[in-house]
Design a protein around this ligand. Sequence first.
Ligand SMILES: C[S@@+](CC[C@H](N)C(=O)[O-])C[C@H]1O[C@@H](n2cnc3c(N)ncnc32)[C@H](O)[C@@H]1O
Length: 331
Amino acid sequence: MTNFSKFYQQIATNRLSHWLNTLPAQLDHWHKNNLHGEYKHWQKTLDALPVVTTSVATTSTASTTQIDLVNGITIGDKSDFNDGEHKRLENLLKKFKPWRKGPYHIHGLHIDTEWRSDFKWDRLAKHISDLSDRYVLDIGCGSGYHLWRMRGAGAKFVVGIDPTQLFLMQFNAIQHFIQDDNVNLLPLGVEQLPELKAFDTVFAMGVLYHRRSPIDFLYQLKSQLVKGGELILETLIVDGDENTVLVPGERYAKMRNVWFLPSAKAMCAWLARCGFTNIRVVNTDITALDEQRKTEWIDTESLSDFLDPQDNSKTIEGYPAPQRAIFIANA
Ligand SMILES: C[S@@+](CC[C@H](N)C(=O)[O-])C[C@H]1O[C@@H](n2cnc3c(N)ncnc32)[C@H](O)[C@@H]1O
């Protein structure tokens, strides 16, 4: 989606209408000044995707329908295309490499992404409030894998934001096949959001450690929620007490943009300090090599290259290997 006018029309009549005070100017500015050098090529690839008619199912009876967002993301069936059409689809979608978050199954084509994002969804789904009829925001949503799972779980209106334009293209490719106006991705960073105070549920997964000011980030999340709304925050943690926070050197697991890795207790204390209530840790998990791995849909390194080859409990820099926790709290 580069033309956001349909999104504006939708929010004009829903509880996000006050976003229209700032959003069109921001996205116009983005479109005029910040388009990625490859954007036009990407757009041509999107335009070349085949048109197929499908129907969306968002209930657990989805197994017999053409689009399943409940058990994973499966669109159509292999028999929808002949061999040549399959190969063409694969070639087009591979132009959007690296595919990090997924997996997606599109007319029999398995986009075997670097991450099994379904594992994260399975870890959190049983702990969150029912998404039925909710307005949901996913901050740092990547290609939007979880947006579709949120919609599949009954959410009424789902918005994702992510500043990485390749991920917008990947989302648009999936949206091309699903065609659901109630799921949208906007090319924005969290710092560009006004205080909307309009979402029933806000997800912020895998983003906090990329922020240089995590406390400001938590306030930004809170200001998107209605009073009493639910935050689902997932982030890298380290072992330790409520005063333990790791600030790595130049790189953590080869990533340059990692700033604060709190202990689970420290993270709970930060959430409390920012006024969240009912704070709990619902899951902790060491990232396993079957959740983040090299596939034919990425050309870059993956987790096994980021760990110490002699000792997988450490990163290549000698820090504790990635351990993640899911926190739930209310605004
Ligand atoms: C580790 S990925 C997490 C993706 C997804 N939420 C998940 O849990 O699988 C971090 C994402 O945050 C996005 N991101 C980076 N800076 C951001 C910002 N300022 N605001 C929102 N998202 C940001 C990146 O583009 C990337 O897609």
